[in-house]
Design a binder for this molecule. Structure first.
Ligand code: PLP
Length: 444
């Protein structure tokens, strides 16, 4: 038995030996098409020569310097680039080591901002059901992923909760999309009023819901409505783009497509594309200025914030995305993948919804399409699909509990931006086989 506490304590996964492009190999020589980039991480695929060269250069130059004493050229250059390409109003960057840290940092920054802005009574976050914001206690508290939260619930801060924007399930019979959006915004406003508008710090949401719901895009106008409510009540809008950001949806930030500028944006995963652990919080300039004029410091910090090697990976990834025009590539390949999925699954009796943006797409599985009835959670269809896919040399990111933390199954796809049309076709072919053999293996 391995000494590592793996994700399952009963099963040791195969050992990864290495990879190239969209392929990963294990130590038995089996290869896998990486159609999910792990968990929407490996946006440039594996062993990208430019990123690896940048890492070697940085390690030779300066592998580490503690941020209580120094900054580095590479971290400064990364921050300049991130701010230059960020949504309107962003004026600063706080560099951390991953997504959960980014969310924790954003929550603390938002709270300290109101303390320093003379509104210390603001102490509550509002967030959505069926969301995931990370596994540390603050991030888990704002997250709405019920099975991840349940054992730790007594340790978690109170968070007010509203519905996800999930039209496939949430829209009532005969309701227009605009009517559904208006209903959700009314619910958010009611939650703000119930909490007491002057008590709320911020509203936290994933612009395109990732792991918990499976690439659920917002309805048109939803985030414009959210922004308007936040402005009306002086509340911060925190966009968690850890999974959907950094080009994954075809624009650098998913929220750009909704025409809205958040006050804080969390990013990770695609920022370093797996070459190094790195995350960041992008911060509105007014928040930075408030702290600068007030206490002069953000009361926060970790040993590895601003790590120069991590910053070098992220900078190289950003440079490759720009040089190779990969956002345009994501839009083009995303449209192709969507077409291929539609062709393979739109008449499939057990695929209820195909959705997403760019190269961030998902299938939701149902027992019957007309009634949208999910499979019995006990059969763990999502786990069967993952196993069959791995047997077929395919890595996808299926999850259960899509509807309410318990019921529902989806399969998330987030292939590297560099995937070719032929590779996408191969992914869809293998996925189709894997879904069908998983369906056969569970009692229908
Ligand atoms: N926020 C979102 C939207 C995520 O999808 C994730 C991870 O899946 C996180 C936060 C947490 O990131 P990490 O796993 O890097 O801590």
């Amino acid at each position: 038995m391995s000494r590592i506490l793996h994700r399952s304590l009963r099963h040791t996964p195969p050992r990864a030996a290495g990879g190239e492009g969209i392929v990963l190999r294990d130590t038995h020589g089996r290869s896998y098409l990486d159609a999910s980039g792990g968990a929407a991480v490996s946006s440039l695929g594996h062993a990208h020569p430019d990123v690896i060269a940048a890492l070697h250069r940085q390690i030779d130059r300066c592998a580490y310097a503690h941020t209580a004493f120094f900054t580095t050229d590479v971290a400064e250059e990364l921050a300049e680039r991130l701010v230059a390409n960020a949504p309107a109003g962003i004026g600063g960057v706080y560099l951390v080591s991953g997504g959960s840290e980014a969310v924790e940092t954003a929550l603390k920054l938002a709270r300290q901002y109101f303390v320093e802005a003379g509104q210390p009574q603001r102490a509550l976050f509002i967030a959505r059901r069926q969301s995931y914001h990370g596994n540390t206690l603050g991030a888990l508290a704002v997250g709405g992923n019920e099975w991840r939260r349940a054992p730790f619930a007594p340790l978690l801060a109170d968070v007010a909760r509203v519905s996800a924007c999930y039209a496939y399930r949430g829209r009532e019979h005969g309701q227009t999309l605009d009517g559904y959006t208006a209903m959700l915004l009314d619910e958010l406003e009611a939650a703000i009023l119930q909490a007491g508008p002057q008590r709320v710090i911020g509203f936290v949401a994933e612009p395109v819901v990732g792991a918990t719901g499976g690439a659920i895009p917002p309805t048109p106008g939803y985030f414009r409505g959210v922004r308007a409510l936040c402005d009306k009540y002086g509340i911060l809008f925190i966009a968690d783009e850890v999974m959907c950001g950094m080009g994954r949806t075809g624009t650098m930030y998913a929220i750009e497509q909704d025409g809205v500028a958040p006050d804080l944006v969390t990013i990770a995963k695609g920022l370093g594309a797996g070459y190094q652990p790195i995350g960041a919080v992008l911060v509105n300039g007014a928040i930075v200025e408030c702290l600068r004029a007030g206490s002069g410091a953000f009361l926060h910090g970790h040993t590895y914030v601003g790590h120069p090697v991590a910053a070098a990976a992220a900078l190289a990834v950003q440079q490759v995305i720009e040089r190779d025009d990969l956002l345009a590539q994501v839009r083009k390949r995303g449209a192709s993948l969507r077409r291929m999925l539609d062709e393979a699954f739109e008449d499939h009796p057990h695929v209820g919804d195909i959705r997403g943006r760019g190269l961030f797409l998902a299938l939701e599985l149902v027992r019957d399409r007309a009634g949208k009835e999910p499979f019995d959670p006990a059969v763990k269809l999502h786990a069967a699909i993952k196993d069959k896919a791995m047997q077929n040399g395919l890595l996808v990111y299926p999850m259960g509990g899509t509807i309410d933390g318990r019921r529902g199954d989806h399969v998330l796809l987030a292939p590297p931006f560099i995937a070719s049309e032929a590779e996408l076709a191969e992914i869809v072919g293998r996925l189709s086989e894997s879904v069908d053999s998983a369906l056969k293996s569970v009692a229908l």
